[in-house]
Design a protein. Structure first.
Length: 195
């Protein structure tokens, strides 16, 4: 097994175990066992479990964003850009339930709180297409003039809930229901006079 293969196996094992058991329910020894490597091998790639958790998040972000941005046109009207991003994000979560479960845990943990704070406040480098969209929408008076954190909650809180409910089998999101859901999220953040 090559160095990259070992790292990939460790990351894959960590994703599966953490998504299923949580951060505390997936000790490094269990991750090593699932990855088929010795417990000490993990520490050649990741200094400690905290580093592994953050690196796994970065890996997921790098895998997710190209999918979400595929076909995204930054010169389109605000509504169309929102519908594209919301639909792509919801579809990604539906098609990658382990990623969704990991990301949900990460964002609701101290790791994610710090990351989210830095991203929303513009202190973190990287892809900020969502912040840019909301800032454009506010400046063009297409979206309600609310703090970014509230716009995120109004736009993506429901999306996360329906993704979770789909994954749990409470609802089946077909194409029509996905479209209607994202349009309802748009309705929550658009200015009333905007179509």
């Amino acid at each position: 097994m090559s160095i990259n293969d070992k790292r990939e196996e460790i990351v894959r094992a960590a994703l599966e175990l953490i998504a299923e058991n949580g951060f505390h329910g997936a000790p490094m020894a269990m991750i090593a066992d699932k990855a088929g490597v010795g417990a000490g091998t993990i520490y050649r790639y990741f200094e400690n479990k905290d580093v592994l958790i953050v690196e796994l998040y970065k890996d997921l972000e790098e895998r997710m964003y190209p999918v979400i941005l595929d076909g995204y046109a930054p010169d389109e009207p605000t509504r169309e850009r929102f519908l594209h991003l919301g639909t792509a994000l919801l579809r990604y979560f539906i098609e990658n339930p382990l990623d969704f479960r990991y990301l949900e845990q990460f964002h609701n943990s101290p790791y994610g709180v710090e990351h989210r704070r830095d991203k929303i406040l513009g202190k973190k480098e990287g892809i900020n297409v969502f912040c840019e969209l909301f800032e454009d929408g506010i400046s063009q008076q297409m979206m309600k003039d609310l703090p970014l954190v509230i716009l995120f909650a109004l736009a993506f809180g429901p999306l996360l809930s329906v993704a979770r409910d789909h994954i749990l089998g409470f609802v089946i999101l077909d194409d029509l229901l996905i479209t209607r859901t994202i349009e309802a999220c748009w309705d929550g953040i658009k200015r009333q006079s905007v179509c």
